[in-house]
Ligand binder design. Structure first.
Ligand SMILES: C[S@@+](CC[C@H](N)C(=O)[O-])C[C@H]1O[C@@H](n2cnc3c(N)ncnc32)[C@H](O)[C@@H]1O
Length: 371
């Protein structure tokens, strides 16, 4: 499903982005005969009995058929927009370093490995994406479907999610559902629910493409955060969301655009790294191909910023580009329960490389910026 181009000044594949309106939000049903009440009033919806989760979704399906729940643009202000999923490799940690290296001026914004979208939401909060076309892509089909549902059907999604329970039997029932039998908003509710209640917020599939992360046993899993979802929905208004491999990004980019690449990191050791966001993983060949794409984009005048682990492979792949080291707080043992400062690489290509070099010369900082 493609996005529609609405204005002449917009890159093909984008919708033109309207200014995010700051109007507050509330809930009303799309049609008379309030469906929110139907969902909220039905105790059977929160049963953990396997016979009932089908009922759950069959009632949920009626929401979609009978009328969409919509957000009222005249209610209270909402929370700051931030990632609505926990995501392995999420960049909240590194945000100050990334924000500091965003070009002063750029045309459109692209994130080809969007994951939880930490930088996108931070830039939105700082109002640095207003009036710009934005294209967020990822290879994970369920993730992008969820972004679309947060953007387009947030109240229906909230109504569904608010009936889910942090319960082990319920978790395995929802996990075992056949995606083919669910509509898009039900799939999104399942995705968010599994993300919030599974072990470590991981996304991992078996060879058949079935989600296989076990239940997380968290006492305080926040399955539904309505105002966070509404804030994310507002931030995503007018944003183009596509399932795509990074290899396709070059077609959508034009000189002056800004691209932030946050691929699965090159492994620091055989056991330390998690790259299985999709069945295929992300090996050395992908890292090599990505480095080629980054270099080509830079040569065409596209401004690229990339983050990756600081390992011999990445130093070699980006040796001719602008490279800076930063320190990030990461898990430093295999159980992930001890954290320490680990060097990571930030690479810039195109006009951004010259801008960062000039900035560094102005403040005469050392070559490696270790925070
Ligand atoms: C490190 S995560 C991105 C994290 C993100 N920056 C955040 O703040 O949450 C890497 C992402 O790359 C995606 N990915 C893996 N292989 C890909 C490919 N070949 N093309 C595009 N995306 C891919 C994964 O699904 C995952 O969401």
């Amino acid at each position: 499903m493609g996005c529609v181009s609405l204005s002449a000044d917009v890159t093909p594949g984008f919708t033109s982005r309207t200014l995010p309106h700051s109007a507050p939000l509330s809930i009303r049903s799309g049609r008379p005969g309030n469906l929110l009440g139907d969902v909220g009033d039905s105790p059977s919806l929160i049963s953990t009995d396997s016979r009932h989760h089908d009922l759950h979704f069959s009632i949920a399906a009626e929401i979609g058929e009978a009328g969409e729940l919509v957000t009222d643009p005249s209610a209270d202000p909402i929370a700051p927009a931030r990632p609505f999923v926990k995501w392995a490799g999420g960049k909240r940690q590194l945000l100050p370093d990334l924000l500091h290296r965003v070009p002063h001026n750029f045309r459109h914004y692209h994130e080809p490995f969007v994951g939880g979208g930490a930088l996108f939401f931070a830039l939105t909060e700082q109002k640095r994406l207003e009036t710009k076309a934005v294209r967020l892509t990822d290879i994970n089909v369920e993730l992008i479907n969820t972004y679309r549902m947060v953007r387009d059907r947030v109240e229906t999604l909230i109504a569904l999610l608010s009936t889910f329970k942090n319960d082990e039997a319920f978790y395995y029932n929802i996990r075992s559902l056949d995606l083919q039998q669910l509509d898009s908003v039900q799939r999104a509710a399942r995705f968010i629910f599994l993300n919030k209640t599974c072990f470590n917020g991981l996304f991992r599939e078996n060879r058949k493409g079935q989600f296989n992360v076990p239940f997380g046993h968290y006492k305080q899993a926040q399955i539904c955060a309505p105002n966070d979802l509404r804030a994310a929905s507002q931030a995503l208004r007018g944003v183009c969301l596509e399932v795509a491999s990074f290899a396709e990004i070059a077609q959508a980019c034009q000189p002056g655009d800004f691209v932030y690449c946050d691929p699965p990191y090159a492994p620091v050791s055989r056991t330390a790294s998690f790259t299985a966001y999709n069945g295929g993983g992300f090996g050395d060949e992908d890292q090599q191909k990505l480095a080629d794409v980054v270099r080509q984009l830079g040569q065409r005048g596209v401004q690229v910023l990339l983050s990756n682990s600081a390992v011999p492979l990445t130093y070699a792949l980006y040796r001719d580009l602008h490279v800076e080291e930063v320190l990030a707080r990461r898990a430093i043992n295999s159980r992930g329960d001890r954290r320490g400062l680990v060097p990571e690489l930030l690479v810039a290509a195109g006009p951004l490389a010259s801008e960062l070099l000039a900035r560094r010369q102005t403040v005469s900082q050392p070559a490696a910026t270790l925070r």
